[in-house]
Design a binder for this molecule. Structure first.
Ligand SMILES: NC(=O)C1=CN([C@@H]2O[C@H](COP(=O)(O)OP(=O)(O)OC[C@H]3O[C@@H](n4cnc5c(N)ncnc54)[C@H](OP(=O)(O)O)[C@@H]3O)[C@@H](O)[C@H]2O)C=CC1
Ligand SMILES: CC(=O)[C@@H](O)[C@H](O)COP(=O)(O)O
Ligand SMILES: [Mn+2]
Length: 408
């Protein structure tokens, strides 16, 4: 969104990049799945980009490898325990190093034209806001930020003149076909969902699912947290909330259609019955490249879409009985205020516990539902509210983990 909440009409923006002088970039979460794909694209376009900062959570080894290849001015590890190994590995390189969550925020504050927001979870909120606050172009993957602080973040983007380019594949698709000049002509959004690894599984199978099975996504290769979210379909719930804030449409005009081939990345239906879609092979380098080159297009190694090879594209309705996360997310969005913040925080706690085999797969939705029931859906007037609601929800969700674990 260029400078205005829910509007992308100002598509001129900052044009440094592939066609002009090098675009300076910072990657928040460079060691993750989206981060590595971003690094891959930058490495394929030498001369088009200079790297201001790379930040990672805990993976010092991979951060060092990326830093040696891309030569950023600064490399940051969020985990303070990573400071000494990072400093020692980059000694003599001329690359500044730092550690800790505040250093990640400081990295986002440095004057890069373009910032990839690819930290996972609400941990990415403060650095993403720091980039938006100085009016940067923010390539936006970290959907949990918008779920937990949507209205505040969109206001800040507008007030600070930042540009928010959706990288999440569905929202990137919508961004490419949404008529921001004639938004009253938009009837609804159609978010496509793969259905995840348990699309056809019954609840008994899901109850016994292991993290390995839940992370085996049928069409996309992604980090563990979003893979589990896809398996519960909470990912689509988070994406409904993300779309609501990005495109300023009410919840009842954002529909979900299961499309197992992940070829159509999402659609916009207009009042005249036209439905515009963006298609491509499921490769995150396409939406990342859209943002990296924006407003130009750049080449990627993504396999060209072979529709004849794909053969059949199919569509089905999501099953609300087997995937209650969709209902929970819609409910949180309708409730408004801090409810999406609670939903997100409880989900992060539960997914992490599931990945650590402390609760079962179906307990994820139970923890989220129970946390939403227990906590008041208070107002979300400022970032302090977000921090408090997020912390309360994490405490409440964490407190119930043992109880759920004993039930599985
Ligand atoms: N993967 C995908 O294809 C897609 C992802 N997204 C969204 O993009 C975001 C990133 O996803 P993905 O790349 O899969 O996630 P990953 O788990 O693969 O990567 C997460 C990144 O965040 C870093 N990180 C984790 N915790 C912290 C923290 N507390 N402070 C600072 N950095 C931290 C990790 O560092 P380290 O590894 O060093 O610990 C890593 O660099 C998510 O919000 C996801 O929903 C959206 C669409 C598609
Ligand atoms: C690549 C991407 O954007 C993911 O969010 C993906 O859409 C997840 O797949 P699901 O459709 O299974 O949630
Ligand atoms: Mn997505």
């Amino acid at each position: 969104m260029s400078g205005r909440a829910g509007s992308t009409s100002d598509r001129a923006g900052n044009t440094s990049g592939p066609e002009g002088s090098p675009r300076s970039v910072t990657i928040l979460g460079s060691t993750g799945s989206v981060g590595r794909n971003t690094v891959d694209l930058i490495s394929r376009n030498p001369g088009a980009y200079t790297v201001e900062a790379l930040t990672a959570g805990r993976n010092v080894v991979h951060l060092v490898e990326q830093a040696k290849a891309l030569r950023p001015a600064l490399a940051v590890i969020a985990d303070p325990a990573g400071y000494e190994p990072l400093r020692d590995a980059l000694a003599g390189s001329g690359i500044e190093v730092a550690a800790g969550p505040e250093a990640v925020v400081e990295a986002a504050q440095r004057p890069a034209d373009w910032v990839m927001a690819a930290i996972v979870g609400a941990a990415g909120l403060e650095p993403t806001l720091a980039a938006a606050r100085r009016g940067a172009i923010v390539a936006f993957a970290n959907k949990e930020c918008l779920v937990c602080a949507g209205p505040l973040m969109m206001d800040l983007v507008r007030d600070c003149g930042a540009t928010l380019l959706p990288v999440d594949s569905e929202h990137n698709a919508i961004f490419q076909v949404f008529d921001f000049e004639r938004r009253s002509s938009v009837r609804r959004l159609l978010l496509t969902a793969s259905g995840g690894p348990f699309r056809r599984a019954d609840r008994a199978v899901m109850a016994a699912a292991t993290p390995e099975q839940a992370c085996a996504h049928p069409t996309w290769t992604m980090g563990a947290k979003i893979s589990v979210d896809s398996a519960t379909m909470m990912n689509k719930g988070l994406e409904i909330i993300e779309a609501h804030f990005l495109f300023a449409l009410p919840e009842d005009r954002i529909d979900v259609v299961v499309h197992p081939q992940s070829v159509i990345h999402s659609m916009v239906e207009y009042i005249d019955g036209s439905v515009l879609a963006q298609l491509g092979t499921p490769d995150m380098r396409t939406p990342i490249a859209f943002a990296l080159g924006w407003p130009e297009r750049i080449e990627t190694p993504a396999a060209p879409l072979d529709l004849i090879g794909a053969g059949t594209l199919t569509f089905e309705a999501p099953d609300p009985e087997r995937f209650p996360a969709l209902r929970l997310a819609r409910h949180a969005l309708q409730a408004g205020g801090g409810a999406p913040t609670i939903l997100n925080a409880a989900n992060e706690v539960a997914v992490q516990a599931f990945l650590e085999k402390r609760i079962g797969f179906l307990d994820i939705e139970r923890v989220v539902e129970r946390t939403l029931e227990l906590l008041p859906h208070s107002r979300l007037d400022d970032l302090d509210h977000v921090r408090h609601i997020d912390a309360d929800a994490r405490r409440e969700a964490t407190g119930m983990l043992t109880r759920f674990a004993t039930k599985t």
